[in-house]
Design a protein around this ligand. Structure first.
Ligand code: PLP
Length: 394
């Protein structure tokens, strides 16, 4: 028997385990120090009350014979798909119900979508980036090209006509850089993909953080995108669903390659390998899209936005280069006085007792950069900003 030896080609990811080890060792040696964890990639505020009430009600229904539900539609219940349609329609994007596939989060679908593409395709992935895009393609043995995201291009790489890519990953607002594309910039990617017959896999997990006009929240804001793009979205960061698990993927009917509908292929894949998201969770997700739910999730998002603004203002005052912070929960800064992200990590831990994430963990172009997040408490964020100010204005 033969194993998939592509798995042996994966880079071991020691990023978060090394961070934990270093922080634990420091905490043990300095029990008197208050360590501020600003590297958290998970939300910290609870679910909205409207979501909790909807899930409680749904759990009650499951305990009554007349309203009990067994297997649901693999693609999601129509009540949730219609709520998602409404969410897009409010932004002027019209979707059909069967173009929406409810999932247990963006991570699964971003990985699983590769089932419908042949191994022979070449993928284009930005560097630095969310490691899942690279690892899932290494597992499949696909050739990977990298689009360099650097200080020079504001961490927003644009199409390179010489890059021979079939599958293009775009994550905007980006994890880890926080950089977000404008609709005009995305239009260039759409034109590039259409010209090549390529498919864009657009990760919009952080769309809810986009506040500025002109920046895109969906690739479908761009004309012609339905003929070349699939969009992944998640309620994880939007509505605190990291532990509850719900997301959705949009595969437009107009997306056809070689005469074959990608929507049909994905439907076939999902009905074969996926049995849907729990009814209770889908009722909770539906509540996110109600007027009440939307208002409540905005309260949590406002806290994270304020945190991001506090950290950005601190870096502005210190004259430190960064991206993100404005339309993203991530702040991606150039390590002041350090070319090595890990050395900066150690310095910040020891001198300010502040923890972040070394940029080199997200790709070679992340070296010399550092990710802070806006998910900590308001108090911890204010204190971290104060400590940075004191340390770097010395
Ligand atoms: N996409 C990006 C860019 C992310 O940063 C994350 C989570 O950190 C995900 C997708 C995964 O989201 P989900 O919780 O919906 O699986």
């Amino acid at each position: 028997m033969n194993l998939n030896t592509n798995y042996l080609k994966l880079n071991e990811s020691y990023l978060f385990s090394t961070i934990a080890k270093k922080v634990n060792a420091y905490a043990e040696a300095h029990p008197d120090k208050k360590i501020l964890r600003m590297g958290i990639g998970d939300v910290t505020l609870p679910l909205a009350p409207a979501v909790v009430t909807a899930m409680q009600r749904a759990a009650g229904e499951m305990g009554v014979k007349e309203s009990f539900r067994g297997y649901g539609p693999e693609q999601g219940y129509p009540f949730l798909k219609n709520a998602i349609r409404g969410y897009y329609a409010a932004r002027g994007i019209s979707l059909e119900e069967d173009e929406i596939f409810v999932s247990d989060g963006a991570k699964s679908d971003v990985g699983n979508i590769l089932d419908i593409f042949a191994r022979e395709n070449t993928v284009l992935v930005p560097d630095p980036v969310y490691p899942v895009y690279v690892d899932t393609n290494v597992m499949a043995g696909r050739k990977i090209l990298y689009a360099d995201a650097t200080e020079k291009n504001g961490f927003l790489p644009m199409p390179d006509e010489n890059a021979d890519a079939d599958i293009i990953y775009i994550c905007s607002p980006n994890n880890p850089t926080g950089a977000a594309y404008s609709a005009e910039q995305l239009a260039e990617w759409v034109a590039y993909a259409r010209k090549r017959g390529a498919v864009i896999l657009y990760d919009a997990a952080y769309e809810a953080f986009v506040a500025e006009k002109g920046l895109a929240r969906s690739i479908f804001e761009v004309e012609g995108a339905k003929e070349c793009a699939i969009e992944f979205c998640s309620l994880s960061k939007t509505a605190g669903f990291t532990g509850t698990r719900c997301g959705y993927t949009v595969v437009p009917r107009a997306l056809v390659r070689g005469g074959v509908s990608l929507n049909k292929l994905w439907l076939r894949r999902q009905t074969t390998k996926f049995n849907g998201v729990s009814y209770i969770v889908q009722r909770g997700a539906e509540a996110v899209f109600t007027e009440e739910g939307m208002a409540q999730i905005q309260e949590n998002l406002a806290v994270y936005r304020r945190n991001a603004a506090v950290l950005s203002a601190c870096l502005d005052a210190l004259g430190i280069f960064y991206t993100g912070g404005r339309n993203s929960p991530y702040i991606w800064l150039k390590c002041p006085g350090f070319a090595d992200s890990w050395k900066f990590f150690d310095y910040l831990l020891e001198e300010a007792n502040v923890v972040g994430t070394p940029g080199s963990g997200f790709g070679k172009n992340g070296e010399g950069f550092f990710r802070l997040t806006a998910f900590a408490s308001e108090e911890a964020t204010a204190e971290a900003a104060e400590r940075l100010k004191i340390l770097f204005s010395k």
